[in-house]
Write a protein that binds this ligand. Sequence first.
Ligand SMILES: NC(=O)c1ccc[n+]([C@@H]2O[C@H](COP(=O)([O-])OP(=O)(O)OC[C@H]3O[C@@H](n4cnc5c(N)ncnc54)[C@H](OP(=O)(O)O)[C@@H]3O)[C@@H](O)[C@H]2O)c1
Length: 305
Amino acid sequence: MKAIVVTDQSAGLAGMTLTERPKPSAAINDVIVEVHASGFVPTELEWPSTWTDRAGRDKTPSIPGHELAGVVASLGYGTTGLSVGQRVFGLTDWHRDGTLAEYVAVEARNLAPLPGDVDFTVGASLPISGLTAWQGLFQHGRLQSGQTVLAHGAAGAVGTMVTQLAREAGAYVIGTGRAADREKALGLGANEFVDLESDELKDVGAVDLVFDVIGGDVQERSAALIKAGGTLVSVVGPVEARPAQGLAVDFVVEADRAGLTEIVQRVRDGRLRTTIGEVVSLDEALGALNPTGRRHGKTVIRVRP
Ligand SMILES: NC(=O)c1ccc[n+]([C@@H]2O[C@H](COP(=O)([O-])OP(=O)(O)OC[C@H]3O[C@@H](n4cnc5c(N)ncnc54)[C@H](OP(=O)(O)O)[C@@H]3O)[C@@H](O)[C@H]2O)c1
């Protein structure tokens, strides 16, 4: 099968090549998915799981990409709940070969049915950003209606989902980002927007929940805004800042069939919008995944037309 692989950690995105790899075989509880569309997070090549297996052994050549939408091609021994020919989407295991390929082996529990009226391109854009926002807001952040959320990077992949889901849940949302992100964040439902390059974060006042996708100094300044009993949720590595009277949580998104089902239902009925930028074939993917300018929306690899 055709796949994009990485072999050299120091080469970054420029080190990705399109090559032939053996088609995966299904282990116990696995599904082999014929990939129709695949998502990729630009920071993936910095993650240790791209380079090693769970025991820390080199796993190169490694296939990146952990979001997919496609069709079940075959089932491993003992696999239940999904059937051959079914449309699915989901988040694959970080340590296994990923989805920038024609086929991928995925544990069935990592997948959810993709309704027939949701395009594969849309399905592949949802798992990481949607589940990260969902888990950060509702599981780790314990968001309640009426609370105030500071949604950093509100025009980015995770931030757009955080903004929309928090608003739907009845929160007051203050989005942040660069000046050029203002209209997008407000258009997705943010009640206010803070330009991190020219506005003062401290003028925001007290908030119940900070959703951090930036880290560093922005995380530090945001922690100081958290009310007693509030939460700083971060997805950019071990959290360093501590709210004086609140909680700090860092987490890595987990596969979750029920969460995927909640998210895709919202997309179907128009409550949640995903921002897709370029859509390219596997043959064209290398250039698109390594752009020279700023990305506008998520790049989706359309593995099958
Ligand atoms: N732990 C997890 O499970 C998990 C899951 C998903 C993502 N992540 C991580 O979360 C981060 C965000 O992911 P994403 O996919 O949402 O990325 P993204 O689409 O690039 O969104 C990030 C947004 O934040 C903005 N931004 C970043 N730094 C900024 C700054 N200093 N001032 C103003 N705006 C700033 C970006 O603007 P520019 O594009 O102009 O920089 C962009 O709009 C990444 O580091 C990713 O690895 C972690």
